[in-house]
Design a protein around this ligand. Structure first.
Ligand SMILES: NC(=O)C1=CN([C@@H]2O[C@H](COP(=O)(O)OP(=O)(O)OC[C@H]3O[C@@H](n4cnc5c(N)ncnc54)[C@H](O)[C@@H]3O)[C@@H](O)[C@H]2O)C=CC1
Ligand SMILES: O=C([O-])CC(=O)C(=O)O
Length: 332
């Protein structure tokens, strides 16, 4: 067995964490032979609830969990962590857009960025889940200057999983018979779910999804709007935002960082834009990436037609606006 690694989950008494902690503890992310020490951060009023979560972790009798550190203290939560799941923040309610959460949440990511900077390992991989995820991740990285900016990413994997499932359903295929569906831009209703570079395995042969669907207009209209609005649809039905699927996506995202993407496949995550595909630099924009040795690389050379260009521009514009608001909020 390897040495244990320290993994922090923030918002550990909340609903996403409740599913995520179990997935991490089972070995689904870091490996079935990788022991972990769980650092569980929440705010002081949630300590009693968190204590109940710790009891349940104990009662699960999980061989890979060799330590649990429940805390409301940032210096304890982030001490020597190698992976950080930044979940803790307010979720939206029916009728809100995710960017309406900026004023409530961005300062959490400023403060926790500073704590990561001080206490975490310098090679820590930081996944921001709390909304608005892209801009929170940007600000978190700005307040952690000693940690490489490439170590921060925000989650659009839930959108990708939704998009992949929608295409698979449409074609009557299993989920692993669809690959390389991409989410571009913001984890918001301006995101661009793109199946134009995706492939589907039909009768054993991989072919472009657009061809498999006979260039159906569905790919440009209903598919896009359904994925863009799926989070709101879950809130309308459940009266609470997605949690099990969000936890699964967070696990998928970090697993890909840890173990890399499979040959011939890529995944979507919001990372610091370097200007690829004409996207403004210095925003956290979701791109297709490949990952090896825990380093991501934006997939280059995918064709972007006028339809896709206009979608990329809309979501980039929203991220520039969010960034401006976030910078102002963090100056207060
Ligand atoms: N990127 C994505 O795809 C998704 C993002 N989300 C977002 O994830 C976040 C968490 O969602 P849920 O777990 O459903 O919410 P929740 O309300 O069930 O749990 C959030 C937890 O965070 C804690 N918290 C609040 N402020 C904190 C702070 N400063 N430090 C540490 N913990 C703090 C709360 O006490 C609570 O226990 C929300 O912002 C939600 O919008 C949700 C689904 C998908
Ligand atoms: O919609 C929300 O507010 C929660 C979320 O980010 C999602 O489900 O994608």
């Amino acid at each position: 067995m390897s040495e244990p690694i320290r993994v922090v989950v923030t918002g550990a008494a909340g609903q996403i964490a409740y599913s995520l902690i179990y997935m991490l503890s089972r070995g689904e992310v870091f490996g079935y032979d990788q022991p972990i020490i769980l650092h569980l951060l929440d705010i002081p009023p949630m300590m009693e609830v968190l204590e109940g979560v710790v009891m349940e972790i104990t009662d699960c009798a999980l061989p890979l969990v060799v330590g649990v550190v429940p805390t409301a203290d940032l210096s304890v939560a982030f001490k020597d962590v190698e992976a950080a799941f930044m979940v803790g923040s307010m979720p939206r309610k029916k009728g809100m857009e995710r960017k309406d959460l900026l004023s409530a949440n961005v300062k959490i990511f400023k403060e926790q960025g500073e704590a990561l900077d001080k206490y975490a390992k310098k090679d820590v991989k930081v996944l921001v889940v709390g909304n608005p995820a892209n801009t929170n991740a940007l600000m978190c990285s700005k307040f952690a200057p000693s940690i490489p900016k490439e170590n921060f990413s925000a989650m659009t994997r839930l959108d990708q999983n939704r998009a992949q499932a929608a295409v698979a359903n449409r074609l009557g295929l299993r989920i692993n018979q669809v690959r390389n569906v991409t989410i571009w831009g913001n984890h918001s209703s301006t995101q661009f779910p793109d199946a134009f570079h995706a492939s589907a395995q039909i009768n054993g042969i991989w072919k472009p999804v657009a061809e498999a669907l006979n260039n159906s207009p569905w790919l440009k209209d209903e598919f896009v709007t359904t994925v863009q609005n799926r989070g709101a649809a879950v809130i309308a039905a459940r009266k609470m935002s997605s949690a099990m699927s969000a936890a699964k996506a967070a696990a998928d995202h970090m697993k890909d960082i840890w173990h890399g993407t499979a040959p011939g496949t890529y995944t979507s995550m919001a990372v610091l834009s370097d200007g690829s595909y004409g996207v403004p630099a210095d925003i956290m924009f979701s791109f297709p990436v490949t990952i090896a040795n825990k380093q991501w690389k934006i997939v280059q050379g995918l064709s972007v037609d006028d339809f896709s260009r206009s979608k990329l521009d809309v979501t980039a514009k929203e991220l520039l606006e969010e960034k401006q608001d976030a910078v102002a909020l963090c100056q207060d």
